[in-house]
Write a protein that binds this ligand. Structure first.
Ligand code: 5RP
Length: 228
């Protein structure tokens, strides 16, 4: 068991190390959230300490804390696009659509991903799926009348479950709630329909957003899509 865990961590780190090669000096880089993104942030911090000049936009309070601890200059104001954003994922399909948000940072993660010229996923091979929807779709909703929002999600065929932590509703960095929602079929149209519900701020379906995925595997790195 411990060995299997070590292998997964090695795959995450190998993917993050490959993504570090994509960072161009003088650019703004988007930092994802979660355990895989943490390897990327640690590696970027090492490069910054060695003299690399970059600025970063963090997608969560935790990633911002890690960046600042690593002396990576952070910003929340950019002119134009970010050059690159690197983030983990919960599920990645063969065409690099992905499902994100089990860490609860999906709203900022999607803003950063869409604002980036290159959005690259990093993951271990357990995240590869034939089709998105193996697990629930995280949906960030405004706390105001969230039960009404939840009922609207049910009318799309979803089964929403309020995310809790230590018996209390989980709050995102933005002060909102997450409804982890199981659907029979997950596709791009579903994403559009979820978005149209008042009270929904964002969902964790990223269709046609990622340009590439770097996936660690037992036999080496697999690259899906185009890294350049
Ligand atoms: C957080 C996310 C994470 O990127 C996703 O949950 C993957 O995390 P990990 O690398 O720890 O498996 O979407 O909102």
């Amino acid at each position: 068991m411990a060995t299997a865990q070590t292998e997964v961590e090695a795959q995450k780190k190998a993917a993050a190390d490959r993504a570090l090669e994509l960072v161009r000096p003088g650019t703004v880089v988007g930092l994802g959230s979660g355990s895989t993104a943490r390897y990327f942030i640690a590696g970027l911090a090492e490069r910054v300490r060695a003299g690399l000049e970059v600025r970063a936009v963090a997608t969560s309070a935790e990633s911002r804390r890690l960046a600042e601890e690593g002396q990576i200059p952070t910003t929340e104001r950019i002119d134009g696009s970010l050059d690159l954003a690197v983030d983990g994922a919960d599920e990645i399909d063969p065409t690099i659509n992905c499902l994100k948000g089990r860490g609860g940072a999906l709203l900022r993660e999607k803003i950063v991903a869409v604002a980036s010229r290159r959005f690259v996923l990093i993951a271990d091979e357990s995240k590869l799926v034939g089709r998105l929807g193996r697990g629930p779709v995280p949906i960030e909703v405004l706390p105001f009348l969230w039960e009404a929002t939840s009922r609207s999600i049910e009318s799309l065929g979803g089964r929403p479950q309020l995310r809790t932590t230590a018996g209390q509703p989980f709050r995102t960095d933005n002060g909102n709630l997450i409804l982890d929602t199981t659907f029979g079929t997950v596709d791009a149209q579903l994403g559009v329909a979820i978005h149209a519900i008042p009270g929904v701020l964002e969902h964790g379906l990223f269709f046609r957003v990622a340009r590439a995925a770097i996936v660690g595997s037992a036999t080496g790195l697999r690259i899906l899509g185009e890294l350049a």
